[in-house]
Design a protein around this ligand. Structure first.
Ligand code: GCW
Length: 716
């Protein structure tokens, strides 16, 4: 006993507090390790001596636990809970009702504008003693406020004059898990599904709670547990009991559970002959099913539906529209305040139309016909989560319907979990895009947060990158994408730089040196990936099916699943003509965006080949030919991965060796894969351009056949 004490004392007196366990990334951005900056620590210790959270509920209990754990960890010693309000340095949290004795008029006034999830954090005085007050209109606001306050400490901000007000700008902030009931995860690269259906409802891993904590800490308030390529089984009694158990774990963190509804469920598990949304028996069946779901999960969020897309059943199987299908489910959910998130990701291989145009063509005519508890969930781009896509033309084109964003956090098309790609810059680029739907300033952000058309329903979904890997996301930097998604769902106007700054500080270190280096890697990483995968607007040229690595030669199967369909390279040139002389997809954008894309002179070069088929010797702004420019981009991509490695090496010793080495190894792998991308693409496109790789660039080591014949087995 004495010996143990001695070891503990010794450890706590070390200049940095090394944790006993390895830095395996499990703690995400909620590490709460003791602040190593001594002046800051001293200042915080003076300002925070005690804490109290008023109120009683499961959410308040969660807030208490978090604040206690966070303060103890960050300040390096036990910070007691107290009932005594006349002490200096107390942190007081609660709903405004529970704080009515101490809250002044100004505070009450502020909260009036912050809604049910917002909060304020202010430095003030209570009984003439210095205090920090975290106040909200509801318990969940208190929990969000507590997380924000801990973030302030984790990022080592000044806490002397706190005056923070925050409220989410979107209402539905959900992760979409493409998790199957057998625990495989579609497009999942971080192990298996977190949901251990076999052991549910009885066995509840602490990981479920940590999942909820992590989400709540960034304001995520919902989770769709199951794959959009849905299995009706999850709607049966046995599974609903399991879902209810998970909902019970998530509830104290303000996270609602949603499920994917397989449109043919009435046939598959209901023994009906049809799933026609206008058939009275089908309507009855869904009404009963929804009632049953709410008997298990009283705060069930609703359904996410992928219908008539990539082989999924839907209303069109019965000659009904997407609105008929969505409304039928919406009516069943309405009495319980449930919602339907109906996906716009639809395209048909029997339709000769440019795939990029199909969602718009199908949905725009339906604007105004959806129930008020339906949101249309639109992917950021019209094709499919490519490294770079122009924003989806549907944004702003359905003014009478709430449109929510679907981003993909999991890196299906961006190198899986071996590539460091900070996606916040991609998200930001899309959110900031001006659709001109109602003139200048009609940004995508203003559409999905509902402000442009004064919508009360709004939301953002992120296809999750989380799995059973110890560090949750496979690549340690995958955590940043989960984090950034949550922060942007809360406030789509945040910048990727500010988010990176927060995340680095909380996840790794507050050392300015470290932050600057790592932030520059993160902010550059997405463009680097675009360069070695799909520069100048190329898209969908990944390996067949699994989408791992390059596959510009993929040519068999349904046309819109081939690469040839997208790059259209021939002896004359390359690119998909989507101007008025081609598929005319540009016409789906509002002017002046339409004209900007239509005109080869004004079309941004980073999406040039998305909209134009251009000759190999087309003159780029750099003065180079298109062919040369393409080569330089591919080579620059690889060179930049080497640059990322050199930068990362500068951080050795600034953080723990475990994560340092892990990232180092992954960057090496990324280099290898970037070279494969570069060489395979340059060699393949060269068969059309018939031009040499510019002299100052090294020649590929392998020939094209080598890359075409490479086999990858059991790619996740
Ligand atoms: O990106 C594609 C994926 C599919 C996915 C589909 C979708 C869930 O390759 O795996 O299916 O999009 O978003 O529905």
């Amino acid at each position: 006993m004495k010996k143990n004490l001695l070891i503990l004392l010794l450890l706590s007196s070390l200049p940095f507090r090394f944790s006993i366990h390895a830095e395996d990334g499990y703690e995400l951005w909620m590490r709460y390790h003791t602040i190593s900056n001594q002046p800051t620590l001293k200042e915080y210790k003076k300002a925070i001596t005690n804490w109290t959270i008023k109120g009683e509920s499961a959410i308040i209990d969660a807030a208490k636990k978090e604040l206690q754990t966070g303060l103890n960890g960050l300040l390096g010693n036990f910070i007691p809970e107290t009932n005594q309000l006349s002490i200096n340095g107390i942190v007081i949290a609660g709903t405004i009702n529970n704080l009515s004795d101490i809250a002044d008029a100004a505070l009450k006034e502020k909260l009036k504008h912050l809604g049910s999830e917002g909060y304020v954090i202010v430095s003030g005085k209570v009984n003439k003693k210095k205090a920090i007050i975290i106040a909200a209109n509801s318990d969940i606001g208190v929990l969000y406020g507590v997380f924000h306050f801990l973030r302030v400490l984790q990022t080592q901000l000044d806490i002397t004059g706190l005056a923070i007000e925050s409220a989410p700008k979107t209402k539905i902030r959900v992760l979409n898990h493409w998790d199957n009931l057998d625990r495989t995860v579609e497009r999942g690269y971080a192990g298996f599904s977190l949901w251990d259906w076999h052991k549910l409802p009885d066995y509840l891993y602490t990981r479920y709670t940590d999942y909820a904590r992590a989400n709540a800490s960034i304001g995520i308030n919902g989770t769709v547990l199951t794959n959009v390529n849905a299995n009706a089984l999850v709607l049966t009694k046995d599974y609903l009991e399991k879902v209810a158990a998970l909902a019970g774990v998530f509830r104290p963190y303000g996270i609602k559970v949603y499920l994917t509804a397989r449109f043919s469920a009435p046939i598959e598990i209901g023994k009906l002959k049809t799933a026609d949304p206008l058939d009275p028996d089908v309507v009855w069946w869904w009404n009963e099913k929804v009632k049953e779901i709410y008997s298990y999960i009283p705060d069930f969020g609703g359904f996410l539906v992928k219908a008539n897309s990539e082989g999924q059943p839907g209303p069109q199987n019965y000659e009904r529209s997407h609105a008929d299908g969505a409304n039928m489910l919406a009516d069943a959910l309405k009495p319980f305040n449930g919602i339907v998130m109906w996906r716009a990701f639809v395209y048909d291989n029997n339709v000769p139309e440019d795939r990029a145009k199909q969602a718009y063509n199908e949905f725009v005519p339906l604007d105004g016909t959806f129930r008020d508890n339906v949101l249309i969930q639109v992917k950021n781009g019209a094709i499919d989560f490519q490294p770079r896509e122009p924003f989806h033309p549907l944004f702003g084109a359905m003014p009478k319907t709430p449109e929510m964003m679907e981003f993909q956090i999991t890196q299906e098309y961006l190198g899986f979990a071996t590539h460091l790609v900070y996606l916040a810059t991609l998200f930001e680029e899309c959110l900031k895009s001006d659709t001109y739907a109602k003139g200048k300033g009609s940004t995508v952000a203003s559409i999905i947060d509902g402000s442009l058309e004064h919508k009360s329903l709004s939301g953002m979904a992120g296809v999750s990158n989380i799995g059973t890997d110890r560090n949750w996301t496979g690549h340690p930097f995958g955590q940043a994408n989960w984090y950034a998604f949550g922060r942007l769902a809360w406030d789509p106007y945040l910048t990727s730089g500010d988010i990176a700054n927060e995340w680095i500080r909380m996840t790794f270190s507050n050392s300015e040196n470290f932050i600057n280096t790592v932030k520059s890697i993160m902010l550059a990483s997405r463009e680097i990936t675009v360069n070695y995968m799909t520069p100048i607007g190329l898209h969908h040229i990944m390996g067949r099916g699994h989408h791992f690595g390059p596959g510009p030669w993929v040519s068999e199967g349904r046309p819109d699943w081939t690469s040839l369909y997208y790059h259209r390279a021939d002896s004359l040139g390359i690119g998909f003509d989507r101007t008025s002389t081609g598929s005319d997809a540009v016409s789906q954008y509002f002017p002046p965006v339409r004209d900007q894309f239509e005109n080869v002179e004004t079309c941004p070069e980073n999406v040039l080949l998305w909209f134009h088929h251009l000759p190999w010797d087309y003159k780029m702004k750099s003065g180079r030919t298109l062919w040369d420019e393409m080569c330089y981009k591919y080579y620059a991509g690889v060179d930049s991965v080497i640059w990322m490695q050199k930068e990362w090496e500068k951080t050795k010793g600034l953080i723990d060796n475990e994560r340092y080495n892990q990232v180092k190894t992954l960057l090496k792998m990324q280099e290898k894969e970037a070279i494969r991308w570069r060489d395979a693409c340059v060699l393949y496109f060269q068969t059309f351009s018939k031009r040499p790789i510019p002299n100052d660039l090294e020649k590929p080591e392998q020939n094209l056949d080598y890359y075409i014949n490479e086999k990858f087995y059991y790619v996740p």
